[in-house]
Design a protein around this ligand. Structure first.
Ligand code: GRF
Length: 204
C-alpha cells in the first residue's frame, strides 16, 4: 500500500472538519486524495456539502440495522475504495473491535478535548464544569475503546472566565480544522512509529 494517499472520511453531521480537509487538499496543504465520504445519516448537512463539492458520497444508514449488519456494509464499501486512512470527522458511532481490527492503524479520529481528559460527549461542558484552564483538540488512532487510542497530535486553547459552551467549542473548532490536516499529512508520510502508546516522529 506504499504511496497510497487515499482517505475515506466518515461523518454523521455538519461536516466542518470534512470541509476543512477538502480545503487543505484543494489548496495543496495536504497531499491526499478523498476516495469517498461516508455518512450513516442521510440528513447530515455534510452529505449535502460533500455532494455540492463533487465528491463521491455514500450514505449507509445505521438506523434499523444491528451494529454488525451496518458495519458489514461499511467495511465492504471501505475495502472497495481501499483508502490508506479512514478519518472520522464527527462520526457519532462507536466502532466495534472487529471493525477496528480490520483496519489496523488506519483509523483516525479528531476529538474536541485534550485527551485523556474528557473523552466521550458534551466535552466542552465537562471542561468548563471541571474548571479546566486549557482545553483543545486531539487527533488519535482509533482503538477498541472510546477516544482511547494512541495520540497523534494535539492543539491547546485557553479557557476564559467568560466562556460559554459555544464560545469554547468555536475556539477549539478553529484549531481542529488546522490540526487534522497536518496530522493526516504526517501519518500518510509514514515518517512515524509507535513505541508503546507513543506515536513518535510527528512534528506539528
Ligand atoms: C468536532 O468537534 C469533532 O471534534 C467531534 O465532532 C465534531 C464534528 O464537527 N468529533 P463537524 O461535523 O466536523 O463540524
Amino acid at each position: 500500500m506504499l504511496g497510497n494517499r487515499k482517505i475515506a472520511i466518515l461523518i454523521s453531521g455538519r461536516g466542518s472538519n470534512m470541509l476543512a480537509l477538502m480545503d487543505a487538499i484543494e489548496s495543496g496543504r495536504l497531499n491526499a486524495e478523498i476516495a469517498v465520504i461516508i455518512s450513516n445519516r442521510s440528513d447530515a448537512k455534510g452529505v449535502e456539502l460533500a455532494k455540492a463539492r463533487g465528491y463521491t458520497t455514500v450514505v449507509i444508514p445505521s438506523r434499523g440495522l444491528s451494529k454488525q449488519e451496518h458495519e458489514k456494509i461499511l467495511i465492504a464499501e471501505l475495502k472497495w475504495h481501499n483508502p490508506a486512512l479512514i478519518c472520522l470527522a464527527g462520526y457519532m458511532r462507536l466502532l466495534s473491535p472487529e471493525f477496528v481490527q480490520t483496519f489496523p492503524q488506519q483509523i483516525l479520529n479528531i476529538h474536541p478535548s485534550l485527551l485523556p481528559a474528557f473523552p466521550g460527549l458534551e466535552v466542552q461542558e465537562k471542561a468548563l464544569e471541571y474548571g479546566a484552564k486549557y482545553s483543545g483538540c486531539t487527533v488519535h488512532f482509533v482503538d477498541e475503546g472510546c477516544d482511547s487510542g494512541a495520540i497523534i497530535a494535539q492543539a491547546v486553547v485557553p479557557i476564559h472566565d467568560e466562556d460559554t459552551i459555544q464560545s469554547l467549542a468555536d475556539r477549539i473548532l478553529v484549531e481542529e480544522h488546522k490540526l487534522y490536516a497536518k496530522a493526516i499529512q504526517f501519518i500518510l508520510d509514514r515518517k512515524w512509529h509507535i513505541a508503546g502508546r507513543r506515536v513518535l516522529g510527528i512534528k506539528i
